[in-house]
Design a binder for this molecule. Structure first.
Ligand code: C2E
Ligand code: CA
Ligand code: CA
Length: 751
């Protein structure tokens, strides 16, 4: 039923949670990017560290080679060493002591071999122990080339240089010795070149071996944190950057120094990664939670705003547009009509019997009825047309761009017929019906206020024409309205300035049993200076609508009670309109007027209409109770014309019913007779007095008399007459029905 302009809730919900999800996904992606970046920089750091390690390894290797070279070169400067090497019988003990001190000790050689000029190994020290010469055989193959080179260099030296024991740089090479990488050093022992045939003719040589995988590896591990340093013959395939090649003098690679990469970046990263992961996940979840909360807040706010807006513009009962929204929508539609681009029909719909339903079945049933009416109305028009509840039982419909007048007539007919169908309410079928006023724009007008006024006029005409119908606006209606307004204006002036223009006439009421006059009904007339005597039918409705009925009613009551003093034996009946009865001070007004006139309350009877009694508010009930206390009686006027059924008689707080003239006139038909009989009998059973109104013929009189109807009133006996005439009638004793009837039959109406 409810139509909303906003997105459906489910759609909005998913849009909002998608937003939260996207936000946290973005955090996740950013986090992942950060991790990738960290990884990349870790790898950069690792690469730099590995490069530094390679440089370190190479420079340590070069340094230790230089260290060995220097120490050997210094140790070899001893002339005595050359002499001792080349002696016929070398002084082995001295050589032993010297070698241990200089070559094993300072130079740190693992193996030392001393060669004489002929190239024979005269002394060998290996792993701290003196060894036999043949030990040199394993080294000789590698050392030979170096020795030969050293010899050739020596030979190339000028003779003078040989005389001075000068330091000569050693020749070095890297070789695999006994399966281990080793630094092989050949150091000529300086001195004069000996002659041919002498042992020292070729000089002398120290051949030293230092294994690289011993002390060097230890130093690298200890001082430069290159752990797991080892020798390998082929390069590491997995990480070539954690090794350096070892090259022989010839340039060939003989193997590799390899170690375990330290990789500081990866280390730091692997320590940080879990923490970073946790932080990123945590951040993403926090963002998700916060975002969804924010989103929920925003959504709630938006919802309550939309709800408030909706409430302000819609009728809570039916979900239809309320008056405010309707007027705005109508204004928009009329703007288009003004340009001549569009047209519309405005329908004003008023339910005929809503109040009765509300009063008899209760408010919940009334609400349900309104809801059902709203549904039926919506079903009769297009989605693009406007349906609104203007309040109470009043609805409005705008038909946008109707084809022609006939189309609007067709829709109006449908609405009238649809609302005339019964409504299922509180287990019962209720017949409501509706009256419609219809105006067309731009034909009738394009101004909303004027259009509303005209639709109200046509609605009024539909109701006045008997309800359950639609009436299109016509300019004659406007004249009608203007006339009514003119009446109201004249009434107001007359009541204020010339109340004597209002005269009260009296119509006698007779007892059907005795034929004696028992009461008179006061009926107001207006002696208009221009129009003459005007009947109440021409101004009572207008007086009710304009609220003038209260001063007018009071005027009649005051006059009637005053006149009643003249005929102390008659009851006086006065008509009271619904709005008078609803006035809380009404009973008090009656009391004051009775007192003023000095008339007993028991002589007064007030004639009320069904509408007042049906809608019995507590105010009306209280008024009736107060009147009863003063002895004032109440009669139900025009019985049968309203909506109450016979079964309601019993619930009416009245002492008398007055059977409406239309029933009395139908007495001549069998059906009419049966109805009147039923009414009279039922009223008597319920202990009520019955008066028949509008008795015009003797036949009617006889029938009612036989039926036992208590009192009779009608032109058959007397028309309403001025107080003076009634006084005359009473004074001359012409107060019986038979006499009156006789006069009537003689055509002697006016007395
Ligand atoms: P009502 O209360 O039903 O009054 C009876 C009406 O029926 C009177 O019309 C009366 O002239 C008319 N009538 C009486 N006997 C016959 C008959 O045999 N045949 C026909 N055709 N008509 C008959 P009236 O005086 O024109 O009053 C019309 C209505 O105006 C009254 O109907 C009453 O409802 C209302 N009215 C009159 N005076 C007052 C008043 O002071 N206050 C209020 N609130 N309403 C009044
Ligand atoms: Ca009456
Ligand atoms: Ca009446």
């Amino acid at each position: 039923m409810r139509e909303r302009r906003a997105l459906p809730r489910a759609k909005r919900e998913s849009r909002f949670s998608a937003f939260a999800l996207i936000l946290s996904l973005a955090i996740l992606v950013l986090g992942s990017l950060l991790v990738v970046l960290l990884q990349w920089s870790a790898r950069q750091v690792d690469g730099m560290a590995r490069e530094r390690d390679r440089v370190t390894a190479l420079s340590v290797l070069a340094q230790s080679t230089a260290q060995v070279d220097r120490s050997i070169a210094v140790g070899a400067t001893s002339r005595r060493l050359r002499v001792a090497i080349n002696a016929g019988r070398p002084d082995t003990d001295w050589l032993d002591a010297y070698t241990r001190r200089w070559f094993s000790g300072y130079a740190g050689l693992d193996e030392t071999y001393l060669l004489n000029g002929r190239g024979d190994c005269v002394y060998a020290l290996r792993e701290g122990r003196r060894a036999v010469a043949p030990t040199y055989i394993a080294v000789e193959d590698h050392a030979d080339a170096l020795v030969a080179l050293a010899r050739s260099r020596l030979a190339a030296e000028p003779a003078s240089a040989a005389k001075m024991p000068a330091r000569r740089p050693p020749l070095a090479d890297i070789r695999i010795l006994r399966g281990r990488p080793a630094l092989l050093v050949v150091q000529p022992v300086p001195g004069a070149n000996g002659g041919e045939g002498r042992a020292d003719a070729g000089g002398a040589f120290v051949v030293g071996v230092t294994f690289l995988d011993g002390a060097l590896f230890d130093a690298l591990a200890r001082n430069f944190s290159l752990s797991g340093m080892h020798f390998q013959s082929i390069p590491s395939r997995t990480s070539p950057e954690t090794s350096v090649p070892l090259r022989a003098r010839s340039g060939t690679t003989i193997g590799y120094l390899a170690w375990n990469a330290f990789d500081p970046g990866t280390r730091v990263l692997s320590a940080l990664a879990p923490v970073a992961l946790v932080v990123v996940l945590l951040a993403a979840s926090i963002v998700y939670v916060l975002a969804s909360r924010l989103v929920r807040r925003t959504r709630d706010l938006e919802e309550s705003r939309t709800e408030a807006q909706y409430q302000a513009l819609h009728d809570p009962l039916t979900g239809l547009a309320n008056r405010i929204l309707f007027e705005a929508q109508l204004d928009q539609a009329l703007d288009r009509c003004r340009d001549g681009k569009a047209s519309l029909a405005l329908l004003c719909i008023d339910l005929d019997r809503f109040k009765q339903i509300n009063d008899t079945l209760g408010h919940p049933a009334g609400d349900e009825l309104i809801r059902q009416v709203a549904q039926r109305l919506r079903a009769q028009v297009r989605e693009t047309d406007i349906v609104a509840r203007m309040g109470g039982d009043e609805f409005a419909v705008v038909i946008n761009d109707p084809q022609d007048r006939a189309a609007v007539e067709a829709i109006s007919t449908r609405i009238v017929e649809d609302l005339a169908r019964p409504f299922a309410l509180a287990g019962a079928k209720a017949f409501i019906g509706a009256s419609l006023g219809v105006v067309l724009s731009p034909q009738d007008c394009v101004l909303r206020t004027e259009l509303s006024r005209r639709v109200d006029i046509s609605l009024y005409a539909a109701k006045a024409g008997g309800r359950g119908r639609y009436v299109f606006f016509s300019s004659e209606m406007d004249e009608d309205i203007r006339e009514r307004e003119g009446v109201v204006q004249a009434l107001r002036v007359a009541l204020h300035e010339a109340p004597e223009q209002f005269r009260v006439h009296y119509q006698p009421i007779y007892s059907s049993a005795s034929g004696m006059m028992t009461a008179v009904e006061a009926l107001v007339r207006w002696e208009h200076p221009e129009r003459g005597l005007v009947g109440p039918g021409e101004f009572i409705d207008q007086a009710e609508e304009s609220g003038l009925i209260e001063p007018l009613g009071e005027l009649v009551l005051r006059q009637a009670l005053r006149d009643a003093r003249t005929w102390p034996d008659l009851r006086i009946s006065v008509n009271v309109s619904p709005s008078q009865m609803q006035e809380p001070s009404f009973a008090e007004t009656v009391r004051v007027l009775l007192e003023e006139a000095g008339v007993s309350g028991h002589r007064l009877e007030l004639e009320l209409t069904e509408t007042v009694l049906m809608g019995s508010s507590s105010d009306v009930a209280r008024t009736i109770a107060s009147l009863r206390q003063m002895g004032v009686a109440c009669a139900l006027d025009d019985f049968g014309t309203g909506y109450s059924s016979l079964s309601h008689i019993r619930d009416m707080a009245v002492d008398r019913i007055k059977v409406d003239r239309s029933f009395v006139q139908a007495i001549e038909t069998p059906r009419g007779a049966a109805i009147v009989e039923a009414i009279v009998n039922l009223a008597k059973v319920n202990g009520l007095q019955v008066t028949a109104e509008g008795v015009e013929t003797e036949g009617q009189m006889r029938f009612l008399r036989e039926l036992g109807c208590h009192e009779l009133q009608g032109f058959a006996f007397s028309r309403p007459i001025p107080a003076g005439d009634l006084e005359y009638l009473v004074a001359t004793g012409a107060v019986t029905a038979t006499r009156a009837l006789a006069r009537a039959e003689n055509g002697d109406w006016a007395i």
